[in-house]
Design a protein around this ligand. Structure first.
Ligand code: GDP
Length: 528
């Protein structure tokens, strides 16, 4: 049946890394293999360069680019691949977490010299908790870096993964000779010519084959044989089931810049990476093969053109076929919506299409109906879970700086929060609004966008908050909870969903409060 075929040939994934490890370069090479772009440099770099005159102006400029790189779709060997962009900048970590709810697998890029870095640790932890299948790509082998075994150890320990190499480097940096591919059982010699997009590989199915000594020299061949024997002894044999369950992570080595080891990665990826997986909703697990369409919003891009208040909501299709002009239920609003110009994403462009399948991302024009996490169905009342808010790191009061424009300000704040730019908390005591963000950059972005898109002006005022905790009382009516509400009233606020939040002003006061009210649960994410 057509739906099944379409599902089986889809691979939707994200590439995660610490900035500068080579995510953009690898993305670009993958697109080259798919024939989606003709030349290197075609994928705009959407990262925020430090030291740019103004970081937030840079963000504005990048926002245009990131619409184009949000979803990069292409075909390779009759497999439809969708790469979902994940910003590497730590101030946008929440965007990345949300995007990870829409991927079926990830590729983790690690710099051979720098090893496991901070952002990699955080992002991999999220993937590990969600049991997302991961492939590791160790990049920049053309440079001097850490010893392969040392790196594999570091990955296991720092990232808490269970790895098995599917390729192995022959030398490194100046002495880098190539890669032995244990998956395909062949040797790929490094020439350092990035223009080659089809690499020549030499079949060496038996490592004892003397051709190997000819190819890479006797001593390198000897070392390789020893090292591969060692990997056989130390690392488990690759097993696809364990990989798909998130219990085993295959590792590849290469150099994205030189387009080396990338084809091997891609070939293995299309073979082993899972096609769209079932997803839990609040009422049941939904299978991609079900006839009825369901999907959820994981990202919103807004107001690229300030003259049109237009937003693009990115919906991951979980089940069934999405059709243009067919009415779908917006579950949170309880109303049906039709979309006359749904967009599909291809590398560098989007295009209106009539139908799309599970795994695909559809871009829907929206005038303010959607917020992140919303579910669309064919009529069933179900909601997809798993797009939690985390406690922000920064908090400030937001004040209206132009009393004539309070309506615009409120609308602007509300829409920016729906987009997931930041979180809004309203104090119980006096109704004052507090904006919480992951990075300090977002305050400038919000101020700028309120002014340019909504014609409103705001100012900020410092507030001493360390963490926001979502409050779950054992019993709303017990005395302990009543006392907590009375004593801590100054620190209590509501998030946008009207959930109760405790704004702790220090680590110490949070600990004291937790000790004093043992029956109350303090959560660091909005979904518990
Ligand atoms: P991102 O921040 O993870 O997207 O990283 P980029 O793809 O922008 O790469 C960061 C820098 O590393 C750029 O200057 C790239 O040219 C460089 N780079 C990427 N891959 C390689 C590689 O395989 N070898 C070397 N030597 N440099 C690389």
């Amino acid at each position: 049946m057509k739906l099944n075929q379409e599902i089986n040939r889809r691979r939707t994934f994200g590439i995660i890394s610490h900035p500068d490890a080579g995510k953009t370069t690898l993305t670009e090479k993958l697109l080259l293999f798919g024939g989606a772009i003709q030349e290197a440099g075609a994928v705009k770099n959407n990262k925020i360069k430090k030291g740019a005159t103004s970081d937030f102006m840079e963000i504005e400029r990048q926002r245009g680019i990131s619409v184009a790189t949000s979803v990069l779709g292409f075909e390779y060997k009759n497999i439809k691949i969708n790469i979902l962009d994940t910003p590497g900048h730590k101030d946008f970590a929440e965007d990345t977490f949300r995007t990870l709810t829409a991927v079926d697998s990830v590729i983790v890029v690690i710099d051979v010299a720098k090893g496991v870095e901070e952002q990699t640790e955080k992002l991999v932890e999220v993937c590990r908790m969600r049991k997302i299948p991961m492939i590791v790509f160790i990049n920049k082998l053309d440079r001097e870096g850490k010893d392969a075994f040392e790196l594999l150890d570091e990955i296991e320990q720092k990232l808490n993964l269970h790895v098995t190499p599917l390729s192995f480097p022959i030398g490194m940096g100046y002495d880098f000779k190539g890669i032995y591919n244990t998956w395909e059982k062949n040797v790929n010699l490094f020439t350092g010519d990035p223009r080659k997009d089809i690499e020549e590989t030499i079949e060496i199915s038996d490592l004892k084959n003397p051709d190997l000594d000819q190819l890479i020299g006797e001593s390198a061949a000897e070392t390789l044989r020893e090292e591969l024997e060692l990997t056989d002894g130390v690392y488990p044999e690759f097993n696809r089931e364990d990989y798909v369950k998130g219990d085993l992570q295959p590792v590849f080595f290469g150099s994205a810049l030189n387009n080396f080891g990338v084809r091997e990665l891609l070939d293995c990826f299309v073979e082993i990476a899972p096609s769209p997986l079932p997803k839990m909703s609040d009422s049941r697990e939904v299978k991609p093969t079900e006839d009825e369409f369901t999907g959820f919003v994981f990202k919103i891009h807004a107001n690229m053109d300030p003259k049109h208040r237009d937003r693009l909501a990115f919906v991951k299709i979980v089940s069934g076929k999405f059709e243009r002009n067919k009415p779908y239920l917006h579950v949170r609003h309880g109303k049906k919506l039709k979309f006359s110009s749904p967009n599909a994403f291809f590398a560098e462009k989007k295009q209106i299409v009539d139908e799309m399948f599970p795994g695909d991302i559809v871009g829907l024009h929206d005038t303010g109906n959607f917020k992140i996490g919303d579910t669309l169905t064919q009529g069933e009342e179900l909601n997809y879970r798993g797009i939690p808010n985390f406690s922000p790191e920064h908090f400030r009061y937001i004040n209206n700086a132009d009393p004539m424009k309070s309506k615009q300000l409120n609308k602007g704040i509300s829409q920016l929060m729906d987009e997931g730019v930041a979180q809004l908390f309203t104090l119980d005591l006096n109704g004052r609004k507090i904006i919480g963000t992951v990075g300090a950059l977002q305050y400038e972005v919000i101020q700028y966008r309120l002014e340019h898109e909504y014609g409103a002006k705001c100012s900020y005022e410092n507030i001493n908050v360390h963490k926001a905790c979502w409050i779950e009382p054992e019993d709303e009516k017990n005395d302990e909870f009543k006392e907590f509400k009375r004593v801590k009233s100054k620190y209590l606020a509501r998030d946008k969903q009207n959930q109760m939040v405790f704004l702790a002003d220090s680590v110490f006061s949070l600990q004291m409060t937790q000790q004093k009210y043992p029956s109350i649960k303090f959560h660091f994410t909005s979904e518990y």
